[in-house]
Write a protein that binds this ligand. Structure first.
Ligand code: SF4
Length: 441
């Protein structure tokens, strides 16, 4: 029988059939924290992924449902007080907005990646690395469910001034005609697979024409396989989606589905296995990625299991990220040293086919920085780092060193090792032109 998507948000979550498994305290926490952090789940997540007998520690529940610890105590108390006082909705909204703005809504200086076409600022494009353009179609700026750790939460929190989105496909095409160095386009969100097939086609089909022969790869960043695999099975336009994927492959382009999986449980249902198989039958590749998250996947065994399952299903493990410094990061973050330990312990447990994965990696303003390890050199304990991607391609793959800091959870907390005043790339970075981030030698 076809599955029909049913969404649950702050307004109707009490109608979830399993809701009686939640304590009163948990319900209150959802009502308070869910005012600040976006909350949405659906009937696939609630029926097939969450273990309702083990809610205190269930990783999928934590992935989807707001918990008390996700908000700073003072923020939690402020919202709780307003709700207890039956404050005016407008006053609550203002407080919520104030709290959100204090949570670093757009990490890694993403606004610096937004390019111009003449005088027009292309709010739905990010162009940070020469070969890859990120496109945020405006109809794709929501998801089948929301992750509590989300690093793109302004996209669907009503924070329109901070949102990246663009409807005009024409502007995208004009931009790509001028930028022949671009070989890859990544559709991202939110989740582009929330769009219907017809909307997706308007963006993708023109890219298959000969004038865009410099576009070799179309990538789609999506969590739909984990949150709504029926998108590829029984939704009314599932077959159209599959046909569109086939068309991309027939045009000679690569199609890479950048699939977000945070926990092995998300790979365990019949629906996700069938959906993966159906996508792969088109010739598309599925690459997998996830941040490393306390309370959800902070054990090496979970990662090795996840990578093995992915390879068994024909997917390619791609990235382990470090949780970005936004939203409820304090709840999910781990010290960088711990992140590296988890990565290497997982990595050494798997065969070479899983070792396509790269990490742990931080998406910083300057580029994607990987922690290669912790070492002691000339009596100084250090982190060894490298750029997997850099605003300047010349930075890529050069090892560099930071003082060891057992508490650091993000790159901006690190200082250069060996008494250096700055990291090797910093002088150049300060000269970057904002609108032409990589066009200098
Ligand atoms: S799927 Fe991605 S964009 Fe959507 S809520 Fe999760 S992390 Fe955020």
């Amino acid at each position: 029988m076809d599955r029909v998507l049913k969404s649950y948000t702050l307004h109707n979550f009490l109608s979830i059939p399993q809701i009686s498994s939640l304590s009163e305290e948990m319900i209150r926490d959802i009502e308070i924290v869910g005012r600040v952090l976006p909350f949405k789940t659906n009937n696939y997540v609630t029926d097939e992924l969450i273990d309702w007998t083990n809610l205190e520690t269930d990783p999928i529940f934590t992935l989807n449902f707001p918990r008390r610890g996700m908000l700073d105590k003072k923020h939690y108390n402020a919202i709780e007080r307003l709700l207890q006082e039956n404050a005016d909705e407008e006053i609550i909204k203002q407080k919520v907005q104030q709290i959100r703005l204090s949570l670093n809504p757009n990490p890694a200086g993403q606004e610096h990646n937004v390019p111009y076409l003449g005088e027009i600022k292309l709010k739905g494009i990010q162009h940070k690395y020469p070969e890859t353009v990120l496109f945020f179609p405006s109809q794709g700026q929501t998801c089948h469910a929301y992750c509590t750790f989300c690093f793109r939460w302004p996209q669907f929190s009503g924070m329109n001034e901070l949102k990246f989105a663009m409807k005009e496909a024409d502007l995208l095409f004009k931009y790509l005609r001028l930028h022949k160095e671009v070989t890859d386009i990544l559709f991202t969100g939110g989740d582009p697979m929330i769009m219907n097939a017809a909307a997706l086609e308007t963006y993708i089909k023109p890219l298959l024409e000969p004038e865009f022969k410099h576009i070799h790869s179309i990538r789609i960043g999506t969590k739909s396989l984990a949150y709504w695999p029926y998108r590829y099975l029984t939704d009314k336009d599932s077959d159209d989606i599959i046909r569109l994927f086939e068309l991309i492959i027939r045009s000679g382009r690569n199609l890479s589905i950048q699939a977000h999986f945070n926990h092995p449980k998300e790979l365990s249902t019949d629906a996700v296995k069938k959906a993966i198989s159906r996508i792969r039958s088109t010739g598309a590749q599925i690459r997998t990625q996830s941040p490393l998250l306390r309370h959800i996947n902070d054990k090496p065994e979970l990662w090795s299991e996840m990578w093995r399952k992915q390879v068994d299903l024909g997917c390619i493990p791609y990235y382990m990220f470090i949780a970005r410094d936004t939203g409820s990061k304090h709840y999910f973050e781990l010290p960088l040293d711990r992140c590296w330990q988890i990565f290497r312990r997982a990595y050494r447990q798997v065969s070479g086919l899983c070792r396509t994965v790269r990490g742990p990696s931080m998406s910083d303003h300057a580029g994607k920085i990987q922690i290669l390890g912790v070492q002691e050199i000339r009596g100084e304990k250090i982190f060894v780092l490298r750029f997997i991607q850099g605003r300047n391609h010349k930075w890529v793959d050069i090892p560099f060193f930071a003082q060891y800091d057992p508490k650091a959870t993000w790159f901006n907390q690190l200082k250069p090792a060996f008494g250096e005043e700055r990291f090797f790339y910093e002088e150049q970075r300060s000269k970057l032109e904002i609108t032409k981030p990589f066009l200098f030698e």
